[in-house]
Structures are given as C-alpha cells and as structure tokens.
Write a protein that binds this ligand. Structure first.
Ligand code: F6P
Length: 328
C-alpha cells in the first residue's frame, strides 16, 4: 500500500519553456480535486536547498496559463549535484511536510530527481519541460511547439530579406546537443540545408551542398544550424565559408535566434500538452507511482522510470531529414 500523499511540492527547473505555467496550473488544480495541498518551490533545486517554499491554492494559479517563463522561477543548481546540497534540500522538503515532489524540466531535472529520490526516499514525478524535445519517453516536450513556431516566424522574416538581397543566411537555433528544433525549423521554414549533431557532415560536403543549391536556383538560401552541430555554430561555419574563394561572390549573413526561442506565450498545442501532463503527474502519484516521468506517446499517457529517460537517447526521425533534401 503506497504512503498517502497529503502535500505535494512542485517546482520548475533548468531552462524555462513556454507551457511550464500551464503545467503548474494543472498540477495545482488536479491536486485540489484530490484534496492534496500544494507547496510551490521557487528557483528549482536551488530554492529547495535555500528553503524558498510558498503554499499554492487553486486560485493562486489563475491567469498564468497563457504566460511564458515560469511564475515559480527557475535555475540551474550546481549545489544540487553534491550530496550535501541534496541533503539540505531533503531536510527542507521534510520540514514543510511534503510527501512527494513534481518537477517540471529537462534532462538535468530528471537526472537530479532520479538521484535525489533514491538517496532520500522522497518520490519525485517529472513532467518533461524543455524546448529541446530531447527527452526519451514522450513524443513531445512542453515548450517545443512554441519554440519552433517562434523560430519559424523569424525564419520567414529572414527569408524576405534574404530573398530581396539574394543572400545566404546561416540561422542558428537552440537545442543543446540535439537537432529536433533545427530539423522541424528546416522543414517548416523551407531551408535548403539543415545541420544537426545527429548526422556527421564534413565542411566540404556542406560547402558543395550550399554552392549547388545557390547556383541551381540562383537565389537566396537559408541554412539552419543546430547550436550543437559538430562543425560548430553558425558563426564558425560562416567563417569557414568566407575563407573559401568559391564563396567570394556570395553575400553571407549569420542570425542567431538564441533565447527568443525560449520566451513568449505558449502555443495552443503546448497548453494542451502541459495541462494533460500536469494532471497525469498528480494522477500517477495518487495511483502509487514513484520516480517516473509522465509523457505522451501516440496520444496516450506513458510513464517511464526517470533513470531510463536520461540513460536512453531519443532518436531523430531520419525520414524528416530526407524530406528536407527532397523538397528544398
Ligand atoms: O535546454 C534548453 C536550452 O534553451 C538549450 O536549447 C540551450 O542550449 C540552453 O538551454 C541555454 O541555456 P541558458 O539559458 O542557461 O544559457
């Protein structure tokens, strides 16, 4: 018989992602339905260590569904990587009468949750919240849809000016060491080439491909570069192209979309995903599940042990990469 859950602590951690607030709202209101009290923990694991706790009732999450960022604030905590830091956090959690935690974040959050729950026997359920979409155990993470829509909106604008000047643009998108954002932006933004860390290409291959598309079509060209690509970021690749005489007649510009991709009001799809996952996290705790990530696979809720999420690497759909080449 699993221990009764009377109070949940909820936190957001790592890089913020649009939809985190929608997820938090669903957690608080679903817990309310079960008469479970909720404590908000500010600034992720850092606030857990510092004892930054504040009670949340059903109304305290009103009017946040549509907001980007996270009202709980977030942080990347170096101290939580240490045994001493996690012990302080566990003391605070117990002091506040919290029986279980729900964390909303990416792979660092999952990793921390998995170690912490084993070390201190405090159940932690995670909701996948990261724009990178790089978490095994869910088709999509909270924030990914908004981030690619924001990026594609910007790529459309870049296309206008690139086309007007017949220029080559290297557009760098986020994703850390994964290429999901780049790949989706490549298709949605009609890019001529997408460079992602999951595929190895030499600089010569990249140059030939760009030259082929530009001379074939003699117009603008957009190359999407994932920030984690093995050839480097957009600036490094641009520098390599400029050194090659064959690029002498081509006007080249770099645009790094950066943190614009992290902000903004969540898309409808992210709001729905976040709300479903927030509720599923509370349901799974009540049903006695421990130390899992709630995800959605083929439109159904799927629970994956937290440690499996960061041990397994989510793979890219290579058909999508072929699609970029086919329809460019
Ligand atoms: O994990 C989300 C993410 O936005 C990555 O795409 C990016 O590499 C990283 O966070 C940037 O982190 P920070 O905002 O801490 O610089």
């Amino acid at each position: 018989m699993p221990k009764l859950i009377n109070r949940i602590g909820v936190f957001t951690s790592g890089g913020d992602a649009p939809g985190m607030n929608a997820c938090l709202r669903a957690v608080v209101r679903s817990a309310h339905e079960y008469s479970i009290a909720v404590t908000g923990i500010l600034r992720g694991y850092e606030g857990m260590i510092e004892g930054e706790f504040s009670d949340l009732d059903a109304r305290s999450v009103s009017n946040i569904l549509q907001k980007g960022g996270t009202i709980l604030k977030t942080a990347r905590s170096d101290r939580f990587r240490t045994v001493e830091g996690r012990a302080l956090a566990a003391d605070n959690v117990r002091k506040h009468g919290i029986d279980a935690l729900i964390g909303i974040g990416g792979d660092g959050t999952l990793r921390g949750a998995s170690i912490f729950s084993r070390e201190h026997d405090i159940p932690v359920i995670c909701c996948p919240g990261t724009i990178d979409n790089d978490l095994f155990g869910t088709d999509q993470t909270i924030g990914f849809d908004t981030a690619i829509n924001t990026a594609i909106d910007n790529i459309d604008r870049i296309r206008d000016t690139a086309d007007a000047h017949d220029r080559l643009f290297l557009v760098e998108v986020m994703g850390r060491d994964a290429g999901f954002i780049a790949l989706h932006c490549g298709i949605g933004g009609g890019a001529e080439l997408v460079l992602i860390p999951e595929t190895i290409q030499t600089m010569d291959e990249v140059k030939t491909c760009i030259l082929d598309t530009m001379t074939l079509q003699s117009r603008s060209s957009i190359v999407i570069v994932a920030e984690g690509d093995e050839l480097g970021g957009a600036t490094q690749i641009a520098d390599a192209l400029k050194e090659d005489d064959r690029f002498a007649g081509i006007e080249l510009r770099v645009c790094i979309l950066g943190h614009t991709q992290r902000g903004g009001s969540p898309s409808a799809s992210d709001r729905v995903l976040a709300s479903r996952l927030g509720k599923a996290a509370v349901d799974s705790l009540v049903q006695g599940h421990r130390n899992v990530m709630v995800g959605i696979v083929n439109n159904r809720i799927r629970l994956t042990p937290s440690k499996d999420v960061w041990i397994h690497k989510k793979s890219i759909n290579f058909d999508l990469l072929k699609l970029v080449e086919l329809i460019r």
